[in-house]
Design a protein. Structure first.
Length: 95
């Protein structure tokens, strides 16, 4: 009886270990580099689109900087409010 239970336990252990193996890795081939533009029209369009994207990114950066300034001012106000609240707590305990 003991051998039977031990063999069932060993079988269960073997099945759980065999199903826990990791799958085969997937190999993805590298992407080939893009060819350089030989056509001057294509180069001009690429330059124009790059400049447009750069201008858009600069505008986004300016907007983000403004938001960060507003958030810093708000955090400063919240810190002042917290200090005031702590002072009020201290004075209310004394009284």
């Amino acid at each position: 009886m003991r051998a039977f239970i031990l063999s069932i336990f060993a079988l269960a252990l073997f099945v759980s270990v065999s199903s826990a193996q990791s799958p085969m890795p997937v190999v993805v081939p590298a992407m080939t580099p893009a060819t350089t533009a030989q056509n001057p029209v294509t180069a001009a369009v690429t330059t124009t689109s790059t400049q447009t994207a750069l201008k858009a990114l600069q505008a986004m950066k300016a907007a983000n900087d403004e938001i960060l300034k507003q958030q810093a001012a708000t955090l400063e106000k919240l810190d002042e409010m917290e200090k005031t609240a702590q002072e009020i707590r201290i004075y209310s305990k004394r009284g």
